[in-house]
Design a binder for this molecule. Structure first.
Ligand code: ASP
Length: 328
C-alpha cells in the first residue's frame, strides 16, 4: 500500500495573475499590472507556510486574460511531472482569475489527476492595502494536503470549487467565484477543510485520460473553435464570416463553433440559419446556455449538440480538445 505519510511535499507553480500583481498605489485595486511578483515571493509573504515542505517553480508570468495553448501545455507537463513524484502530496497553481476556470477544466480533462491540483488566485494585487492572495494561497496549500482529494479544484475566498463547475461571476469583489447549481465542494475554515459531500462522490471519472498529455505535448496548437452568442436582434454575420474565411484557405480553419444560447439552448432564427450552413460545411456546432445557471437540456430532434452542462467557455475548450486527432 502506498505510504501517504511519505508524501510530504506540496509544489506551488506560479503563472502570474492579480495574485502576483503590483500596483503603484496600494489603494488602487484596478490600475495594477498582473504577473509581476515571483512565486517565491508570494510564498514568503505567508509566514504560516514556513515549516511546511514546499517547492515553488515559476511556469509563466502572465495576465491570465492572455492565457493560451503554449502556457497550458507547459503547465500540464510540469503538473504531471510533479504529481508523478512519490513524495508529492499535491500541486498548487497561482493563476489569474479571468481564465482560471478554463485552465482548471483543461488540466482536469488532460490529466484527470489522482492527487489534488489546486488553482488559486486573487482579486486584489499583492501590493494592495488588504490583499486577498495570501489567505487564498494558505487555504490552497491546506486543500492540496487533503487525503482523499483527487482532481483539479479552485480555492478562492474560502470556498473550494470543482473544475467542472467553477465560474468567475463577479468582476471586482473578492468573493468572485461560484459553482452554479452544484454549489461549492467545501470551504476552508482556520486551516481546516469542511467538505459538503463525501469526497469520493465528488471525484470526476478519470477514465480516458491516459495518453492525453502525450497528445497535448505533441500538438502545436488546438483546433480553432469560435464562440458566438445568440441575442435579441442577432444575425448570422459572424458565423458567415467564419465560413468565408474557412473557404478562403487563409490561416487555420475554424473547425467548431460554440454558441452561448438564450435559455434552454434557443437560438435567434437568423443565427440558427447560419449555424445550419456551418454544420453542413463540416463545422461542429455545440450549444451552451448564456444563463448563469442551468444547462441546455437535450431533446429528441435537436439539430445541434448540447454542451452537456459545460459553460460556453468550457464547452469551447472541450470541443477544441475533442477535435484533436485521436483524442477520444
Ligand atoms: N486580469 C487578471 C488575470 O486574470 C485578473 C485577476 O487575476 O484577477 O490575470
Amino acid at each position: 500500500m502506498e505510504n501517504l505519510k511519505a508524501r510530504s511535499v506540496r509544489v506551488i507553480l506560479g503563472t502570474g495573475g492579480t495574485i502576483a500583481g503590483r500596483s503603484v498605489d496600494a489603494a488602487d485595486n484596478v490600475g495594477y499590472v498582473a504577473g509581476e511578483v515571483g512565486v517565491d515571493d508570494l510564498v514568503k509573504a505567508v509566514p504560516h507556510l514556513q515549516g511546511l515542505v514546499l517547492e515553488s517553480e515559476q511556469v509563466a508570468q502572465i495576465d491570465s486574460k492572455d492565457m493560451g495553448f503554449a502556457v497550458w501545455k507547459r503547465l500540464a507537463e510540469r503538473v504531471a511531472h510533479h504529481l508523478a513524484r512519490e513524495e508529492v502530496q499535491g500541486v498548487i497553481i497561482t493563476h489569474g482569475t479571468d481564465t482560471l476556470e478554463e485552465t482548471a477544466w483543461f488540466l482536469q480533462t488532460v490529466l484527470a489527476p489522482g492527487k489534488p491540483v489546486v488553482l488559486t488566485c486573487a482579486m486584489r494585487p499583492a501590493t494592495a492595502l488588504v490583499p486577498d492572495g495570501p489567505q487564498n494561497l494558505l487555504d490552497a496549500v491546506v486543500v492540496a494536503g487533503c487525503e482523499g482529494l483527487t482532481g483539479v479544484v479552485a480555492v478562492s475566498a474560502g470556498w473550494v470549487h470543482s473544475a467542472q463547475h467553477v465560474c468567475k461571476v463577479h468582476s471586482y469583489r473578492v468573493d468572485a467565484f461560484d459553482s452554479g447549481d452544484a454549489g461549492p465542494m467545501g470551504c476552508v475554515e482556520e486551516g481546516e477543510v469542511r467538505w459538503f459531500q463525501p469526497l469520493a462522490s465528488t471525484v470526476l471519472a478519470s477514465s480516458g485520460a491516459e495518453g492525453r498529455l502525450a497528445k497535448i505535448s505533441a500538438a502545436t496548437a488546438l483546433p480553432g473553435v469560435a464562440l458566438v452568442t445568440s441575442h435579441a436582434d442577432a444575425d448570422g454575420r459572424v458565423v458567415l464570416g467564419v465560413l468565408a474565411l474557412n473557404s478562403s484557405q487563409q490561416g487555420a480553419k475554424t473547425e467548431g463553433i460554440v454558441v452561448a444560447c438564450t435559455g434552454n439552448g434557443t437560438l435567434h432564427r437568423a443565427l440558427a440559419a447560419a449555424l445550419g450552413q456551418a454544420l453542413a460545411s463540416g463545422v461542429r456546432v455545440v450549444r451552451a446556455t448564456r444563463c448563469a445557471r442551468g444547462r441546455v437540456i437535450p431533446h429528441v430532434g435537436d439539430k445541434f449538440d448540447s454542451s452537456e452542462g459545460l459553460s460556453p467557455v468550457k464547452a469551447r475548450l472541450a470541443l477544441s480538445l475533442a477535435l484533436l486527432p485521436d483524442w477520444a
